[in-house]
Design a protein around this ligand. Structure first.
Ligand code: GLN
Ligand code: ZN
Length: 789
């Protein structure tokens, strides 16, 4: 009897389930492998260690693994063509034949053309092959993430066509999955975003990339038709630029482009946006002939009603609800997500709703199960890509009426545990936050007064010379750091080793004749991790790698709670370094905004709060340094530009305010005679943005800029600046004459009294030989100008 009842129940549930099936979708899975397999094989390939065949096989294995993982988890819509050996935008440029001529003349295999465009190629001539020497295409940040894409670069000579030399990647990978019994949805970057994210090549500067739309559309049509012929019923077409401010003429292109695509025999198109709110561009999306839309409701929750009402309600279109965060590592809050999914079902009907990740999971680490050392309580709050796949499936099942109550109960318990945990909340920090006001974030006197005192105190010559902080991180340093981490080296021995490295760096700088010295940062593994490890409120992963670009991955620490500094972090090393020289020794810290940007932030308090808390923690460090006699202190903020919100408006101006205030909270507690430096790189900086930091001296990356207007903009900057004089990414050594002509060039528009002489950035990736030669020439050039004036 009981059995029969159960059977009946089961039938009811099942029929319900079929009637209200809500699908699950993953927009893309990390391709690097749980053990960084992709990095290992590509770097080995570049060194000649493995064959093309081995490389391609590894790629195939990684794809198969990811598809199977998702299939087994029960994902309904699994992405294909989310894999790449370097970058998915670059893949498209290769496929569409947007390959500048300089890469095609060496008779390279397609995969080597891809890598040459991505990272440049220098190869000596052999008996059978000519020498190759090409630089890489420009690499830029993918929206506001720490992923970088290779910028499509077009010229008048660009001839779009399907370049099938290496097959047709989206089609081939679709079929590859199919052969494994897995139906997938190929993902490609859409035509308007593809062009808009590109740029004109040096030889075609008058070219507007977006004007190439008519030329690229036939190739998109051809590709989409091929996908349809291969059996793909749907394609995820990414148009992420809709979360940016777009000129009207670009907005207008969506209607043109999608009408044209729909005119061919193509699969259903799911028009996909992420990382923000599309509402300012809503008109551009009206009546597009696509089968559905995907929106990011993690980053753009406020857009829900408007976009759904305007674009989905009353149509036959699918609504893909991006609700599982593709950019962070926090466990999804099922009850919150379910409320939104229910709202979506109410509005458009269950059969039209798809539960999805907010964006590709590319930006999250692969698998939480690989974390063996993480505190169990904290680990329970996290969710990496593999776990997020499960979350999407569970949410969809629940919305379909399936019983997932156990998973929901476990989820509710984790969310509650985090909310109530004493790890996340520190009343002392919160009290201290209430003390932040104008006075706390303003230096004692304005810059001109400070300058006068500092000049008397340090008596630096004109054209003072300095470096940005790090010196070569040699193999020896890494070996000793690892030994210490593993317990194979005692703390005393490690300290002694670090001191000997500092000795070396200080002695070297005195020999070369630099004016303001640094200790060289030998004790630091990474400029954010080093501080995170010493701050309360942070957690670390051992394997939480995320692709930054090509084969470079980063492992961001996680801010889990209110941040504070239990004890001094850098004083010991700086004081030691100062004790062995009579020249000023610069203390070296990473600023609050950079610590925040290069970590996974909390999602339960605002970024502003986290940044200000970091500011307070660093303030203590700045003050301890000052008290210990370190009175030149540099607080690096290389990530300040990348944090800028994607759209102009209130959010952006608020950001600029709190970013600058966090820096000032950190640096304003000192005497007028203490000289605060800051450093910026990796971006085109707007001098207006850095003014508000009120640092006494800033150094900026500059060696690759040759725009006189850019220098001019900085000449109005009231405080002192060191415009980076040489590229630290390159082993090339500039001669003294080259430095002189560079400085002369700058002096045409930039005043000598404000001029500091320094490299672009830290020297940690360089070798000692180059560093010695480059810095010697740099100092000689400074002396030349001193004598002249
Ligand atoms: N002080 C750091 C260094 O020299 C700055 C690094 C950076 O700006 N990215 O390494
Ligand atoms: Zn830098």
């Amino acid at each position: 009897m009981e059995v029969i009842e159960n059977l009946i129940k089961f039938e009811i549930v099942k029929s319900n389930y079929q009637a209200t099936m809500v699908q699950s979708a993953v927009l893309g899975f990390p391709r690097i492998g749980g053990q960084r397999e992709l990095k290992k094989v590509t770097e080995s390939y570049w060194k000649g260690g493995v064959s093309t065949e081995d490389l391609l096989t590894k790629g195939k294995e990684l794809r198969a693994h990811n598809w199977k993982l998702q299939k087994e988890a029960g994902v309904d819509v699994i992405a294909s063509n989310d894999f790449s050996f370097y970058d998915q935008v670059l893949d498209l440029s290769l496929l569409f034949n947007a390959i500048p001529e300089r890469y095609t003349k060496f008779d390279l295999a397609p995969i080597d053309i891809l890598f040459a465009m991505g990272r440049g190629l220098q190869r000596k001539a052999t008996e059978t092959t000519a020498a190759v020497d090409v630089t890489a295409l420009e690499m830029v940040k993918w929206f506001d993430s720490n992923y970088h894409y290779v910028r499509p670069t077009f010229s008048h000579a660009t001839e779009f066509k399907l370049n099938t030399a290496a097959g047709v990647k989206p089609v081939d990978e679709y079929l590859e999955a199919k052969a494994l019994g897995i139906e997938t949805r190929p993902v490609i970057v859409g035509p308007v975003s593809y062009l808009f994210l590109g740029k004109a090549d040096k030889d075609s500067l008058d070219l507007e990339p977006i004007s190439l739309l008519d030329k690229v559309l036939p190739v998109y049509k051809e590709l989409l038709s091929k996908l349809k012929a291969a059996g793909a019923t749907q394609v995820q077409i990414d148009e992420p630029i809709l979360v940016l401010d777009l000129p009207q003429e670009v907005q207008d292109k969506f209607a043109v482009a999608y009408k044209e695509l729909a005119s061919a025999d193509v699969p259903e198109l799911i028009f996909t946006t992420y990382f923000g709110d599309v509402r300012p561009n809503l008109a551009a999306l009206k009546d597009l002939p696509v089968s559905g839309f995907h929106f990011d409701f993690v980053r753009g929750a406020e857009q829900f009603d408007e976009v759904v009402d305007a674009l989905i309600v009353g149509t036959n279109k699918t609504l893909s609800v991006g609700i599982v965060d593709g950019r962070n590592i926090w466990k999804n809050d099922f009850s919150k997500s379910t409320a939104l999914i229910s709202k979506a079902i109410e509005k458009v009907g269950a059969d039209k709703v798809v539960v999805a990740t907010s964006s590709s999971l590319l930006h999250t680490p692969v698998d939480l199960e690989n974390e063996k050392k993480l505190d169990a309580t904290i680990k329970d709050w996290f969710s990496f890509a593999t776990q997020k796949v499960d979350e999407v499936v569970t949410l969809a099942k629940n919305a379909s009426g399936e019983d997932v109550s156990q998973k929901f109960a476990a989820n509710a318990a984790s969310i509650k545990s985090r909310k109530e945990s004493s790890i996340t909340t520190n009343p002392k920090v919160q009290e201290r936050m209430a003390t932040i006001n104008e006075a706390l974030s303003t230096r004692k006197s304005p810059f001109p007064e400070r300058l006068a005192v500092q000049q008397t105190k340090y008596n630096l010559p004109l054209f003072p010379t300095t470096t940005i902080g790090s010196f070569p991180q040699t193999k020896d340093i890494r070996i000793n750091r690892n030994k210490f981490a593993k317990g194979e080296l005692s703390a005393e021995d490690y300290d002694a080793f670090i001191r000997s490295e500092i000795d070396l760096v200080v002695k070297f700088q005195e020999e070369v004749g630099l004016d303001v010295l640094v200790h060289g940062e030998p004790e630091r593994n990474d400029m954010v991790q080093y501080f995170g490890e010493q701050l309360d409120g942070y957690a670390f992963t051992t394997n939480g790698w995320v692709q930054s670009y090509g084969s470079r991955y980063v492992r961001p620490p996680v801010i889990v709670g209110d941040v504070s500094r239990p004890k001094a972090m850098t004083v010991k090393e700086s004081v030691y370094a100062q004790s062995i020289t009579s020249k000023p020794m610069k203390g070296m810290l990473t600023g609050p905004v950079t610590c925040l940007r290069w970590s996974f932030p909390r999602d339960d308090v605002s970024q502003k709060v986290q940044s200000l808390q970091l500011g307070l923690a660093l303030r203590d460090e700045v003050q301890d340094l000052e008290a210990a006699g370190i009175t030149v202190i540099q607080v690096d903020e290389p990530a300040i530009r990348e944090g800028l919100p994607l759209r102009a408006g209130k959010e952006r101006s608020d950001y600029l305010n709190w970013a600058a205030q966090s820096f000032r909270v950190a640096t304003s507690g000192v005497e007028n005679s203490t000289q605060i430096h800051s450093h910026f790189c990796y971006s085109d900086l707007d001098p207006n943005h850095i003014k508000a930091l009120d640092a006494d001296v800033v150094s900026i990356e500059f060696s690759k800029k040759d725009d006189a207007n850019y220098i001019q903009e900085f000449s109005n900057y009231p405080n002192h600046i060191g415009l980076g004089l040489f590229d630290i990414h390159s082993p090339r050594i500039p001669s003294k004459e080259e430095f002189i002509s560079r400085i002369e060039e700058i002096l045409k528009v930039y005043p000598a009294e404000k001029f500091w002489v320094n490299p672009d950035c830290g020297l940690k990736t360089r070798g000692w030989e180059e560093v010695r030669a480059s810095l010697t020439n740099m100092v000689e050039a400074a002396k030349y100008f001193r004598e002249k004036s």
